[in-house]
Design a protein around this ligand. Structure first.
Ligand code: 13P
Length: 341
């Protein structure tokens, strides 16, 4: 594979392929395992992720890359093969989460700032040696308008950190996924999500230019524009698609390597239906695909439930979700295809 940043970025959003976000921190994966009654240990986390990476049809046909957590990029499969090698053998690219999480922003209750810049140059050099060719940094922007959240300071600080991270990645030969996630947890309407996302993306691209980041060698991992979960007014796929594309046309340069959405708490099918609606109203200046965590893993996680005997069923569940999202990335998904499973 070519090592040019823009080629790696292009491979990450190759037609009908998307990213598997399997970079849950040990704290987050424990929460997921609690739900299925599995104890979270280094071995159970390994077994679970190995199950997905060895799902050959799903990986080779639908997955362009996998975002790993620090533990996983260093871990071996049960038979001693490095997990990174199993991923590479499917043709997918290993990637790595490098941020250290969102922490409360001093002076701004309700806002967070993502940490992890100190020592990042050295960590990136090490991750490159371990096989990572792209990285992820997630900024978290919550919405609570009555409380003044997010503040301009939070948006500005997070955009600046994303730009410093992205510049360091490119220096290391690693494609940065820039993820400014505007959360869907609030009670806000879809128009508010649009406004806050617009302020965030505008600031982000100003900072990326100022940091001399080469946009062709970046991938944007955005939220879709939708009403908050607590609004009680779910947005239709058509509305999500129309507002999301309007937003991107106003704020996202055509030069970037591509767009890979987060799922952010949407149900599996919602995340697929919305991605499909977005691509169905194309053509667009960018490739738009998935970089889903929960929306790809909820079904296989449940099917697996920590039992070796369930591995084949879990892999089938993963393959189905990946297949549906592959179709959505091409704008060719239909609800009836879900029943076929
Ligand atoms: P979700 O798709 O579950 O939001 O996770 C994607 C991700 O990587 C968030 O940083």
């Amino acid at each position: 594979m070519s090592e040019r940043l823009e080629d790696i970025a292009a491979a990450m959003v190759a037609d009908g392929k998307g990213l598997l976000a399997a970079d849950e921190s040990s704290g987050t994966i424990k929460k997921r395992f609690d739900v299925i009654g599995v104890e979270s240990t280094a071995d159970s986390r390994r077994d679970y992720r190995e199950m997905m990476f060895r799902a050959k049809v799903a990986m080779t046909r639908y997955i362009s890359g996998v975002i790993l957590y620090d533990e996983t990029i260093r871990q071996n499969a049960a038979d001693g093969t490095p997990l990174v090698d199993i991923i590479k053998a499917t043709g997918a690219i290993p990637g790595i989460k490098v941020d250290a999480g969102a922490k409360p922003l001093a002076g701004y209750p309700g806002d967070t700032i993502t940490e992890g810049l100190d020592g990042l140059r050295e960590r990136l050099a090490n991750y490159y040696k371990l096989g990572a060719r792209f990285a992820k940094w997630r900024a978290v922007i919550d919405i609570d308008v009555a409380k003044g959240v997010p503040s301009a300071t939070s948006i500005g600080s997070n955009a600046h950190a994303l730009a410093r991270y992205a510049a360091l990645c490119q220096e290391a030969g690693i494609v940065p996924i820039v993820e400014p996630e505007v959360l869907m947890d609030g009670a806000h309407d879809i128009g508010t999500c649009y406004e806050i996302s617009k302020a965030t993306l505008t600031k982000l691209y100003t900072e990326l230019y100022a940091a001399r980041v080469v946009l062709e060698g970046t991938i944007l991992k955005p939220n879709m524009v939708l009403a908050g979960k607590k609004s009680g007014k779910p947005s239709s796929p058509e509305e999500v698609a129309e507002k999301t594309i309007k937003l991107f046309r106003e704020t996202v340069p055509a030069a970037i390597g591509g767009i890979a959405f987060l799922s952010g708490g949407q149900s599996d099918e919602e995340a697929t239906a919305n991605l499909n609606a977005i691509n169905a109203i194309g053509p667009h200046p960018w490739k738009l695909t998935f970089s889903y965590g929960r929306a790809l893993q909820a079904a296989p996680q449940k099917a697996w439930s920590g039992k070796a005997a369930n591995v084949a069923a879990a892999q089938a569940a993963f393959a189905h979700r990946a297949h549906m999202n592959h179709l959505a990335a091409l704008g060719k998904w239909q609800p009836e295809l879900e029943q076929a499973a």
